[in-house]
Design a protein around this ligand. Structure first.
Ligand SMILES: Nc1ncnc2c1ncn2[C@@H]1O[C@H](COP(=O)(O)OP(=O)(O)OP(=O)(O)O)[C@@H](O)[C@H]1O
Length: 303
């Protein structure tokens, strides 16, 4: 692939690489690197050593004054890098090397390593509007795509990392089938803006329209817009969940009985029982949580 910038003029690129999925992820990363270096880019690599490390590396890079910080990984890695560099004014780039790569699909980024490397060299900037989840005690967590509470979070929380590495998206399907039998669907109270709290079984608070890869679940939503699309499921239990699971690949999740799709600028989720949350496909603690737009937008490279 031809990349347009000439040697010597290309800006330095720092890539924060999550190697956790092993073999094919490393090979795909090597292909992207060959492409970048072949085009004269000055590439620096920082490998993550544990969950949460990408945020630390991104914060350090932003403090050093790096202008382009690239997440080499999936949605969880993007969220960590975005959280670490937020507010610095640096631009975020993405080499999609994850399992679902929802943000990449959402914004039309190529998944092929050479093509994705090309975007880092010749892409244009848009402004992502990440969400921020605030927990009691002041802890907070940034997300770029969505936060879910209830059934999907139970699946993510119980997912076996070895199975995920081996079977990719198939591991989510297997864990979903296990959780249909195991999850108890405790009542969640969801408050949108100033409206009274409503009882639901599960809820997805999303920046984007896609869910679990390329399935359209919240039509009209965009990670470039302020505010959230909120998909509430008033029906829980195994049958309603199986119906939702079948509707997802058909793009009909928002149409299943008991589903309500709304917009909100602020969402408050709480429960009297322990209810797990997931953000951008990683376990994200338990309710209660208050979700709002992050204070600043984040420049992001797209084709
Ligand atoms: N070196 C590491 N060892 C163990 N876990 C790590 C390491 N580096 C990062 N992680 C964790 O792995 C999580 C998942 O990684 P990532 O999102 O890149 O892949 P994925 O889950 O396969 O992709 P997707 O979210 O697109 O499906 C990250 O959120 C991060 O917390």
């Amino acid at each position: 692939m031809e990349l347009s910038r000439s040697p010597g003029k290309a800006p330095p690129v720092l890539i924060i690489f999550n190697p956790v999925a092993g073999g094919s992820r490393r090979r795909r990363f090597a292909r992207a690197l060959r492409c970048l270096r072949g085009a004269g880019a000055r590439v620096e690599i920082a490998e993550t050593r544990h969950a949460g490390h990408a945020a630390v590396l991104a914060a350090e890079a932003a403090r050093r004054g790096e202008r382009l910080i690239v997440a080499g990984g999936g949605d969880g890695t993007v969220a960590e890098v975005a959280g670490g560099m937020a507010g610095s004014g640096a631009t975020l780039g993405l080499l999609p090397l994850g399992t679902a790569n929802v943000l990449a699909h959402e914004l039309g980024l190529p998944i092929g390593p050479e093509q994705a490397a090309g975007v880092l060299m010749t892409g244009r900037e848009v402004v992502l509007r990440p969400g921020i989840a605030r927990y009691p005690g002041g802890r907070q967590r940034l997300f770029v795509q969505m936060l879910g509470a209830g059934f999907d979070a139970a699946v993510v929380t119980h997912l076996n990392p070895a199975e995920k590495r081996r079977f990719g998206k198939g591991a989510y399907l297997a864990e979903s089938l296990r959780q249909i039998g195991a999850y108890r669907f405790p009542t969640i109270l969801a408050g949108l803006d100033d409206a009274p709290m409503q009882a639901v079984a599960s809820v997805i608070v999303s920046k984007g329209r896609l869910y679990a890869g390329r399935f359209v679940a919240l039509p009209g939503a965009s990670p470039l817009h302020a505010g959230f699309s909120v998909l509430r499921f008033t029906r829980g239990g195994p049958l309603a969940t199986m119906i939702a699971g079948s509707a997802l690949p058909l793009g009909l999740l928002h149409r299943v009985p008991g589903a309500v799709l709304e917009r909100a600028g602020r969402v408050h989720l709480a429960s009297a029982s322990p209810v797990p949350a997931q953000a951008d496909g990683d376990a994200a603690g338990e309710l209660p949580v208050v979700i709002e737009d992050a204070p600043e937008g984040l420049p992001f490279l797209v084709p």
